[in-house]
Write a protein that binds this ligand. Structure first.
Ligand code: SIN
Length: 349
């Protein structure tokens, strides 16, 4: 199990700031000429906070904890478990008013979806905000976006509970969204992680957006348990011209527990997969259908697999892992019941 450094107990009200690494903590060797050539996860969370010290409202007390300092493409499931457990226990701590997480943007959608599905209801009930943010440019780039994102995240996490709903959110480039909607859609745009998010309002936040958030929260189901040991093995397969059945047969024989199928268009997949997928499903392998197009809904039901609604493949994969894990410990509900609870939700309009 990955371990995080411990912080001293703090009993006075504060915002907890958890550092996970990413570009926001990255350094370029030649930031002026070539800011996109850099190493992620170089600066500690204390250093990131020190650089924005003057912009932090004086009444805000912050407590920083370095959970990891990685390039988020290397995010692993153990680390998600560690982060989820930490967020859950911190939310329950009356001294913690809100939580900010600095994270790499490459897999922030997985972390955001995971935290929403496992701690979202708790945050909502307690009226506390968990806010993820990061950056597209390294910390020493002349136009670095991290400092402003971090200031926005701190302010949003610290806004009085009577004014704003609790829950798990993300902030980039002056915009907020529900963290379950994060999806990185561009290699370099400053708003890449939420540019396609249906839950992003005009401006940072506004009252009509907040009432729509509350409406979505009303219909969303209970939190799912955080996997505490080995997560179910689930892979993503993309359908494409020349797709072959051998990939599916190989994974089926290796003991995979679930497959997320990023199909073409509306979620259809190559006919070469069909027989192998039927056999996989008969063997008890969970199948989820989504689309490789990057946007839009899959609604059509079929005998092979469940549809993932508007979840893109990386989020559908986390949803399936959490559903398989929850069903393992439940006498009455199946993984399909748990999947529907967290994956198929109405979109914020
Ligand atoms: C990462 O995901 O750690 C690197 C990329 C980024 O943060 O934008």
């Amino acid at each position: 199990m990955v371990s995080s450094n411990q912080v001293k107990a703090e009993n006075s009200p504060h915002i907890l700031v958890l550092g996970m690494g990413g570009t926001i903590a990255g350094l370029a060797s030649n930031p002026t000429e070539n800011p996109s050539s850099y190493k992620a996860g170089e600066l500690g969370i204390e250093t990131l906070l020190a650089t924005i010290q003057e912009a932090i409202p004086g009444h805000l007390k912050l407590l920083a904890q370095q959970v990891a300092n990685i390039n988020s493409r290397d995010l692993c499931e153990d680390l998600l478990t560690l982060l989820g457990n930490l967020v859950m226990t911190s939310l329950e701590n009356p001294a913690v008013q809100g939580i900010v997480i600095t994270h790499g943007t490459d897999t922030i959608e997985e972390a955001g979806f995971f935290l929403s599905a496992t701690c979202g209801k708790l945050a909502e009930k307690l009226g506390k905000r968990v806010v993820l943010t990061g950056a597209m440019l390294p910390a020493n780039a002349p136009q670095a976006d991290g400092p402003l994102n971090l200031i926005d995240a701190l302010k949003w996490a610290a806004t009085a509970p009577e004014n704003c709903p609790g829950g798990v959110f993300a902030i980039f480039a002056g915009k907020v969204c529900l963290a379950r909607d994060l999806a990185k859609r561009h290699t370099s745009a400053l708003n890449a992680p939420l540019m396609d998010s249906p839950s992003s309002p005009v401006g940072l936040v506004n009252p009509s957006w907040m009432s729509r958030v509350r409406a979505i929260q009303k219909v969303s189901g209970d939190d799912l348990p955080i996997p505490q040991d080995l997560w179910p093995w689930v892979e993503i397969l993309t359908s494409h011209a020349g797709a072959r059945s051998e990939t599916i047969e190989f994974l089926t024989n290796k003991g995979i527990q679930g497959l997320v199928l990023a199909g073409t268009g509306l979620g259809g997949f190559h006919q070469a997969w069909e027989e192998a997928l039927k056999l996989a499903q008969d063997k008890g392998i969970a199948l989820i259908k989504t689309t490789r197009t990057g946007a839009g809904k899959i609604e059509e039901e079929s005998a092979l697999g469940l549809t993932a609604g508007n979840l893109c493949a990386p989020r559908a994969r986390i949803a399936l892992q959490l559903a398989l894990n929850a069903a393992k410990g439940d006498k009455y509900l199946t993984w399909q019941d748990f999947f529907a609870r967290i994956a198929v939700l109405p979109e914020i309009g």
